[in-house]
Ligand binder design. Structure first.
Ligand code: FMN
Length: 165
């Protein structure tokens, strides 16, 4: 799993179109994620419309990178009717990590832009995408070819590990 040790957040992108096979592969990775009771609560909005990307960049003070990307995925989850409803955001987070790792493995870069659980951001995304009432926005993942290669930090801290024998 080199992608785990290679991935970094990418916030600047080349003006280069992403091949549709790569986009499908990213969505396949997303749907392969473990979810509570295998409930698979997510729906995926794949956006390459420049105007909508620019609107999404305004939904939080930290969402700027989406205006610089050729494409973004908004991970949404069903907010009603799930067997394990309380786990829907956790499921979405795991789905999102799969997306980030597959993007890295394909030579692309991305960043996780937090939306849920902040209601004002969720509402702003709902309005822009005209989401149906049974879906909530979880995050925005802008992605594309990175402008530069960045090196990952080593974050291992043995002091955080507690062996119980
Ligand atoms: C829940 C969550 C919310 C995040 N929200 C933002 C955001 O709004 N804007 C942003 O630029 N990065 C955001 N990030 C990316 C983090 O800043 C980044 O993952 C962290 O600094 C570690 O850097 P790395 O991804 O390069 O390892 C978010 C990451 C997570 C997991």
């Amino acid at each position: 799993m080199n992608a785990i040790f290679h991935r970094t957040s990418v916030r600047n992108f080349l003006d280069k179109t992403i091949e549709s096979e790569k986009v499908e592969q990213i969505l396949r990775a997303a749907m392969q994620a473990p979810t509570a009771g295998n409930q698979r609560p997510c729906e995926y909005y794949v956006i390459n419309n420049k105007d909508i990307l620019e609107q999404l960049a305004t939904v939080s003070p930290y969402a700027g990178p989406v205006a610089k990307a050729p494409m973004a995925i908004v991970v949404c989850y069903k907010n009603t009717g799930l067997r394990f409803q309380e786990y829907a955001q956790i499921d979405s987070a795991i789905v999102s990590e799969n997306i980030l790792l597959e993007i890295d493995a394909l030579g692309l870069g991305a960043v996780f832009l937090g939306i849920a659980p902040l209601e004002d951001r969720m509402e702003a995304v709902r309005k822009i995408l005209n989401l149906p009432s049974n879906l909530d926005a979880f995050n925005i993942i802008p992605f594309g070819y990175p402008t530069k290669e960045s090196k990952q930090q080593d974050r291992f801290e043995s002091s955080r590990v507690h062996y119980v024998n």
